[in-house]
Design a protein around this ligand. Structure first.
Ligand code: FES
Length: 252
């Protein structure tokens, strides 16, 4: 196990307050709240946002990029779009200094030793439950022959699910627009355009979501082509999710 490393004097960080420190070559967000110190990776698990730059409120830090909140005591992800904990590290106070020891993994039991004087084990909030799988979607062929309209297309798109969140792209609020136009080269068929956003510009699930969208819609007998247009303005925000998505993710 790594050793504790002195990272700051206790007088350097106001209460409440935060700062960025380096421990064994890693950037760590250090927090001071209600007389205790906490240390997290300076990395939002959604898309790498710098947590030390976020807004600190009580024991929560909000990622400055898309607003995901983390519990500074455990690293637990509390709100979308982050669903995985960030690493929390051990902290102790000795001889007027704050010391941090890196832990190997994200933890469900929380780090040890945060008190302003000496060490102690804080109370720990459990990680939020993993999102349950989405309600069973219709099989790909179920909607493949009905009348095409915006509503039926949105219904079909509920088969396309974010691979990390297990929630469909319609309930996540990723589908900004649907267009249909007659296909000039295929009489009686339609060309479909989908304006779709992502939860972040570098969303790793993007290529899969685009591919699944084309596959699901392209299976309809009356579709001659599918174009997916990625739109980042206005940016996605968690309030675009439906109640169904919030229920699935345990967000109230
Ligand atoms: S990078 Fe942190 S919420 Fe997106």
């Amino acid at each position: 196990m790594a050793d504790f490393v002195r990272v700051a004097d206790t007088t350097e960080i106001p209460d409440p307050g935060k700062t960025l420190v380096e421990v064994d070559g890693e950037m760590i967000a250090l927090f001071h709240v209600e007389g205790r110190y906490y240390a997290l990776d300076d990395v939002c698990t959604h898309d790498g946002g710098p947590l030390a730059d976020g807004e600190l409120r009580d024991h929560k830090i909000a990622c400055p990029r898309h607003g995901a909140k983390f519990d500074i005591r455990t690293g637990a992800a509390l709100t979308m779009p982050a669903v995985r904990a960030t690493r929390a590290h051990d902290v102790k106070v000795e001889d007027g200094g704050v010391f941090v020891r890196l832990r190997a993994d994200a933890t469900a039991t929380g780090p040890a030793a945060h008190a302003s004087t000496g060490t102690s084990t804080p109370s720990v909030s459990p990680l939020p439950a993993a999102p349950s799988p989405a309600t069973a979607a219709p099989a790909p062929g179920d909607a493949a022959s009905g009348t095409l309209c915006e509503d039926s297309i949105r219904e079909m798109l509920k088969q396309v699910k974010d691979p990390e969140l297990f929630v469909n792209i319609v309930d996540l609020g990723l589908v900004y627009g649907v267009t249909l136009e007659p296909a000039a080269d295929a009489p009686g068929k339609q060309k479909i355009g989908i304006d779709m956003t992502m939860t972040s510009p570098a969303c790793p699930a993007g290529p899969q979501l685009i591919g699944d969208t084309k596959r699901v819609l392209g299976a309809h007998a009356d579709v001659a082509g599918v174009e997916v247009r990625i739109v980042m303005d206005p940016p996605w925000t968690p309030d675009r999710m439906t109640e169904a998505a919030r229920d699935q993710l345990g967000i109230f």
